[in-house]
Design a protein around this ligand. Structure first.
Ligand code: SF4
Ligand code: SF4
Length: 318
């Protein structure tokens, strides 16, 4: 995935609100609502309950090994892997991301944002369409490292950002598919209790930058892309690398001119050598800067001045 020879500054737009051709970027500001984890397994009508839930709202649901539908939701599952999922699964399986991706995932496009993602493979050797990690009656073979979509199921997570608002708001919804008998159980819990039990808070935190980018790309798509044109293949490739292969991104940071280009505190640089989560956060900050010109990472002063001079020369300014 990595272009070891690429020059990070080549991805970096000039430090103005204009693109390389000098066009002012269009405003992407609008109300935007994106389902992040939807978890719908099959298209039997519309199983998504049209009710927005807050953390304090309650619902009845329970899933356990003696339920009649045990494992049904692990067949035909459409599981997009988040960066945090891949970190957990590679650690559990003792695999390098590249090996994990080749063995257990298929590349796909996240339709709303048009950005590349990795999805879990299903067993294509028979009709069962079972998830590659389903371990027969035992259930999920990677349970303690199962992806966020599986933890959330049968709940969905959506993010909404209203025009002019600084922050996004999350809300939740229930997915009631006919095969899932867990909704008939009488265990009542709040959304917050369910999320705590499923240990999704920490994952959501790690994925926050990735979710931000997915939301913004969804929004930008409706106005024609960050430069009023399609996002480049190279930018999508970089997004996929950061999101799915932290090892490749580490090589990109340490084996190209990245650290000559960006001003990163030496203590942070040392942390990035060993801390995958810190590296992911840097990756999301860098992508936000490259894709949306957000001030999430600073160029070194000499590189910045050279980029400004280049931009002025290209526009014919003196
Ligand atoms: S990862 Fe586990 S919980 Fe998720 S679909 Fe596969 S077997 Fe089921
Ligand atoms: S109750 Fe729902 S979530 Fe649990 S095994 Fe059955 S289908 Fe899956």
């Amino acid at each position: 995935m990595t272009d070891q020879k690429s020059d990070p500054s080549a991805e970096q737009p000039a430090a103005t609100n204009k693109d390389a051709q000098g066009f002012q970027r269009p405003a992407a500001e609008q109300d935007i609502e994106v389902d992040i984890f939807e978890g719908v397994r099959q298209a039997d009508g519309n199983p998504v309950e049209p009710v927005r839930l807050k953390s304090s709202d309650s619902f009845c649901f329970s899933c356990h090994k003696s339920i009649s539908c045990w494992n049904r939701c692990c067949h035909g599952a459409d599981v997009t892997l988040t960066p945090a999922d891949i970190l957990m699964l590679t650690k559990k399986l003792g695999l390098e991301p590249e090996e994990f991706l080749a063995k257990y995932t298929v590349p796909a496009i996240w339709e709303k944002s048009d950005m590349p993602v990795a999805k879990l493979r299903t067993d294509d050797t028979d009709e069962s369409d079972a998830c590659v990690f389903l371990a027969g009656d035992e259930g999920c073979g990677v349970y303690d490292a199962r992806p966020a979509t599986c933890r959330y199921y049968p709940m969905g997570l959506a993010s909404i950002k209203m025009m002019g608002a600084e922050q996004k708001d999350d809300f939740y919804f229930l997915v009631k598919e006919s095969h899932c008998q867990g909704h008939a159980e009488d265990k009542s819990q709040t959304v917050a209790q369910f999320r705590a039990e499923q240990q999704v808070e920490a994952l959501d935190e790690i994925n926050r930058g990735w979710i931000d980018i997915m939301m913004k790309m969804t929004s930008w798509r409706s106005v024609g892309g960050p430069h009023a044109k399609e996002v480049s293949r190279q930018a999508k490739k970089m997004f996929f690398m950061v999101s799915t292969d932290v090892g490749a991104f580490r090589r990109f940071v340490f084996e190209t001119r990245f650290l000559d280009t960006y001003a990163i505190d030496p203590i942070v640089v040392e942390t990035l050598k060993i801390d995958d989560i810190a590296l992911l956060q840097l990756g999301f900050d860098w992508l936000k800067n490259v894709l949306f010109n957000e001030p999430t990472i600073n160029m070194k002063e000499d590189v910045l001045q050279a980029a400004i001079a280049r931009g002025r020369a290209e526009m014919g300014a003196t």
